[in-house]
Design a protein around this ligand. Structure first.
Ligand code: ADP
Ligand code: 5GP
Length: 202
C-alpha cells in the first residue's frame, strides 16, 4: 500500500464527524471513505455524501459478493466499507480515512497492520450525553442505546495508536492534524514523494 490509511473511531457523539470534516478542509490530500449503511438518512444527510444509503437486501448482496473491506452491525444497522474504492485510492498513493467503529477497525488492522488507528474520546460521559442530546438528530430511545454502548466502545481505546480527547474543538483538531501531518512525514512516505532527492541519499 502506498497511501496512508487512517482509521478513526469513537463512541457516537464524541465529535468524530465534526473533527473529520474540519480535518478534511485543512488537509485536502486525505480522502474520506463513504461507507454503505442500512440506517435511515438523518435530516440534512445526502445519499453519496455522508453515506451510501442502501436497503438491507442490497447490503446482504454486497456481503455475499465480498464487496466489503470490513462490515459490522452497529446500533442495529449495518455499515460497511467498499473494498474496491479503498484499494484503488491506496494503490494510487492517496491517503484514505475511514470513520468506522471498533469492530471494523479490528478487521482493517488485520488486513493492513500499518493502518494508523486514532480513537476520539469525549472529555466525560456527561459531556457525551449533552452532545448526543444537543445534536438533536436521534430519537430518545436511540440516544439511550448509543449511550449504553459508549462505555463498552471506549474500552477498545487500547487497540488504537493515537488518542484525541475532544474537549475544546480547536485543540482536538490541532491534535488530529498533528497525527496526520507526522504520518505524512514518515521516511518511507517522504522517500516515495521525493524520489530524486532520495536517489542520491539512500
Ligand atoms: P459523532 O460523529 O462522533 O457521533 P458529532 O460530530 O455528530 O459526533 O458531534 C456530536 C455533537 O457534539 C454535535 O452536535 C457537534 O456539533 C458537537 N460537538 C462536537 N465536538 C464538540 C466540542 N469539542 N465541544 C462541544 N460540542 C462538540
Ligand atoms: P452513525 O449512524 O452515527 O453515522 O454511525 C454509527 C457508528 O457506525 C459510528 O461509530 C461510525 O463510525 C460507524 N460506522 C460508520 N461507517 C462504518 C463502516 O463502514 N464500518 C463500520 N464498521 N462502522 C461504521
Amino acid at each position: 500500500m502506498t497511501g496512508n490509511l487512517y482509521v478513526v473511531a469513537a463512541p457516537s457523539g464524541a465529535g468524530k464527524t465534526t473533527l473529520v470534516r474540519l480535518l478534511l478542509e485543512r488537509e485536502p490530500c486525505v480522502q474520506l471513505s463513504i461507507s454503505f449503511t442500512t440506517r435511515a438518512p438523518r435530516p440534512g444527510e445526502q445519499n453519496g455524501r455522508e453515506y451510501h444509503f442502501v436497503a438491507v437486501d442490497a447490503f446482504r448482496a454486497m456481503i455475499s459478493r465480498d464487496e466489503f473491506l470490513e462490515w459490522a452491525e452497529v446500533h442495529g444497522n449495518f455499515y460497511g466499507t467498499s473494498k474496491k474504492w479503498i484499494g484503488d485510492q491506496l494503490t494510487a498513493g492517496r491517503d484514505v480515512l475511514l470513520e468506522i467503529d471498533w469492530q471494523g477497525a479490528q478487521q482493517v488492522r488485520k488486513l493492513f497492520p500499518e493502518a494508523i488507528g486514532i480513537f476520539v474520546l469525549p472529555p466525560s460521559i456527561d459531556e457525551l450525553t449533552r452532545r448526543l442530546v444537543g445534536r438533536g438528530t436521534d430519537a430518545p430511545d436511540v440516544i439511550e442505546r448509543r449511550l449504553a454502548a459508549a462505555e463498552a466502545e471506549m474500552r477498545h481505546v487500547g487497540e488504537f495508536d493515537y488518542v484525541i480527547i475532544n474537549d475544546q474543538l480547536d485543540q482536538a483538531l490541532d491534535d488530529l492534524r498533528a497525527v496526520v501531518r507526522s504520518a505524512s512525514l514518515n521516511l518511507g512516505k517522504q522517500r516515495r514523494n521525493h524520489p530524486a532527492l532520495f536517489a542520491k541519499l539512500l
